[in-house]
Design a binder for this molecule. Structure first.
Ligand SMILES: Cc1ncc(C[n+]2csc(CCOP(=O)(O)OP(=O)(O)O)c2C)c(N)n1
Length: 526
């Protein structure tokens, strides 16, 4: 199937009505695809009025109306109608032709930047490309109808119009159920599941839905998996807790998820996914917002207060065996073993640092993690038993987060033990803030994974067998650095020395612990 066939097939399957529009050169292949799909094309007299027809179609059906224009003057003529649908809150899919991709950056005749043109007046702008057309259409659909409804604008480059589509999935999203009840379909699915998994994320943590997740898991025999930023929402000591997705040991975690026969995503935000979602099990999406990212295609969506929806589901479902706690414990054992994979005897390994810190710090510790290889280990190996006890950035994932975050945490909770994990690269970006932490008399512990490397990037160079250019950094001289900032500092190279340093009372200024690690283990972890 070519890209136009997939697009016409989607519009037909989703029952959006006819395509209103005005064609141009790049439209020819798409018009033919409409004809063969049995999708009517209504030729208006100009693009602006075709857009109003599509808007009216959307107003009448509640589904997006579709409008087509050509590139350049066709798209500039269309802007008014798209803006109209935007402020009238009417769902719409607007598609414009565009110059072929090779000429797009340099050619001038009839070429305007259509993404920039439509961005202020549409909910979302994107290109339909052969590799992603199925996903883009699904997302365009979900975004257009999600509250508040409005238009999305899609470009179809001339060289893509009849290009073979690699992503040809035509899978319109389900109707969204708003409110607590959620219909019968998800209940039937959960009632029959033998290996159900609840995957919770940021929004579940923010809603404080841990007790409701645990209760539902106990009722239906589900395993519970956390997203990194939501860790602690369900205590990681819970017998149904099965690990954190897409951090260290991710092969094992994805394998476990792929073995599920039903996945309930509870406030799970796919912004945290590093790997693509390649899981066959049907997904039930429970969140405060609809599934507009479409990273996974949910079978059903229940949108509303997460805690209330989960509690209502638990009440409505009979007790089931599902996965036994013994099955989950066996997986947890495998996870613990995988966490030590690649460990080198006789040196300080990254996993040693986390294990020792876990042993040394009290349960009410607030930990922060920076971005890099060490974050992936902390994300799996740190086990908070309450929410908001591990702060990390896993959406934008900007280096230099963990030290400022630890300063804010200690200021807010002076009595709480605060532990900051950072790479040597991340520390170098923000080390001046140590001076502030000392001035504020904040007794935090800062554990630096010293490997003279931007390891997360250097690992990728190693995987491609290219040289470590631009990823090797200078030795971090912890003691003089700490002293110059009014802090205490120590460098350690052994487990014993690290355990001692971690046990020390920092007093009322930061204690910077440079853990000189051998990074070889990282290669076995990702
Ligand atoms: C502000 C910013 N710049 C660049 C990156 C890309 N990046 C991700 S991880 C990483 C390496 C981090 O090195 P380090 O802090 O030493 O941690 P390690 O990977 O060695 O654990 C880089 C450069 C980023 N995420 N954020």
């Amino acid at each position: 199937m070519n890209l136009s066939d997939v697009t016409a097939g989607y519009l037909k399957a989703a029952d959006f009505g006819p395509v209103f529009g005005y064609p141009g050169d790049p439209s020819v292949g798409f018009l033919e695809a409409c004809r063969t799909a049995g999708l009517e094309f209504v030729l208006a007299r100009r693009e602006g009025t075709a857009g109003f027809m599509a808007q009216a179609q959307g107003m009448l059906t509640g589904r997006p109306g579709v409008v087509l224009s050509t590139l350049g003057p066709g798209s500039t003529n269309l802007v008014n109608a798209v803006a109209n649908a935007h402020l009238d809150r009417v769902p719409m899919v607007a598609i414009s032709g565009q110059i072929d991709t090779v000429r797009a950056p340099t050619f001038t005749h009839q070429v305007v930047d259509q993404r920039a043109l439509f961005a202020p007046v549409a909910k979302w702008v994107a290109d339909l490309t052969p590799d992603t057309v199925g996903h883009v259409l699904r997302k365009a659909h979900a975004v257009a109808v999600a509250p508040r409804p409005g238009p999305v604008h899609l470009n179809m480059h001339a060289d893509h119009v009849t290009a073979e589509a690699a992503d040809d999935a035509v899978q319109p999203p389900p109707d969204v159920t708003y409110g607590l009840r959620g219909g019968q379909a998800p209940r039937t699915r959960l009632e029959r599941a033998r290996r159900p998994v609840i995957l919770f994320g940021i929004a579940a943590m923010q809603a404080g839905a841990g007790p409701e997740i645990a209760a539902l898991a106990d009722r239906i025999g589900a395993a519970i998996i956390a997203s990194p930023m939501a860790k602690g929402c369900v205590p990681e000591t819970h017998p149904r807790f099965a690990g954190t997705l897409d951090m260290a040991c991710n092969a094992l975690m994805w394998e476990f998820l792929r073995a599920a026969d039903c996945i309930l995503c509870a406030g799970f935000d796919a912004v945290e996914l590093i790997k693509p979602w390649r899981v066959a099990a049907p997904v039930i999406h429970v969140d405060a917002v609809p599934n507009t990212d479409q990273i996974y295609a949910a079978e059903t969506e229940i949108v509303g207060p997460i805690r209330g929806i989960l509690a209502a589901l638990t009440d409505a479902l009979p007790a089931r065996d599902g996965l036994s706690e013994a099955d989950i414990a066996a997986h947890r054992d495998a996870l613990s073993a995988a966490f030590e994979a690649g460990r080198v005897a006789g040196v300080l390994n990254p996993s040693d640092v986390i294990r020792l810190a876990r042993g040394a710090m009290p349960e009410d510790t607030i930990a922060t993690a920076d971005v890099g290889s060490h974050k992936l280990l902390v994300g799996q190996g740190w086990h908070p038993t309450a929410p908001r006890r591990l702060l990390m950035t896993n959406g934008l994932s900007s280096m230099g987060f963990s030290l400022p975050a630890a300063i804010a945490a200690k200021r807010l909770y002076p009595a709480a033990p605060v532990l900051c994990f950072t790479g040597d690269g991340g520390l170098a970006m923000v080390q001046g803030e140590l001076r502030l932490a000392a001035t504020l008399r904040l007794g935090i512990k800062v554990v630096v994974f010293v490997d003279n490397s931007l390891n997360r990037i250097e690992l990728k160079q190693m995987a491609r067998q290219v040289a470590s250019v631009g990823t090797v950094i200078e030795e971090t001289a912890i003691e003089p650095l700490a002293a110059s900032m009014g802090c205490n500092g120590i460098t350690v190279e052994t487990e014993i020395a690290l355990a001692d340093a971690l046990a020390a009372d920092p007093g009322d200024v930061p204690l910077v612990i440079g853990a000189r690690i051998d990074p070889a283990q990282y290669a076995a972890q990702f």
